[in-house]
Design a protein around this ligand. Structure first.
Ligand SMILES: [Mg+2]
Length: 102
């Protein structure tokens, strides 16, 4: 599935539920953070080396998808090209973070 098809799929879903009126940038940003917290919740109280169960891994993927969906709603609202922005940010990061000696 192409990026534009994904945007179309999620915006069609949003519109079919009448949710567009709630999708302002502030509330979308809150939703990104809440869904990202659900990603984190899966690891709560676990030992750092502990493996996830199959069920937990499935839940993790679901919460990552929820987070990405809200980010994509923001991307769409801002009419930004996420690939260009990622490339720009990686360039900034290259200058900001020096490579560690290995
Ligand atoms: Mg969720």
């Amino acid at each position: 599935m192409e990026y534009t098809e994904i945007i179309e799929m999620i915006t069609q879903f949003r519109d079919s539920r009448g949710w567009a009126k709630y999708h302002n940038l502030k509330d979308l940003a809150i939703s990104v953070s809440l869904e990202a917290s659900e990603v984190l919740e899966i690891f709560q109280w676990k030992d750092s080396k502990e493996e996830l169960s199959e069920e937990e891994e499935a839940k993790l993927k679901e919460e990552i998808a929820d987070t990405l969906i809200y980010l994509l709603y923001m991307v769409d609202k801002l009419k930004m090209n996420p690939y260009e922005e990622i490339q720009k940010k990686i360039e900034i990061n290259k200058n900001r973070h020096w490579k560690e000696d290995s």
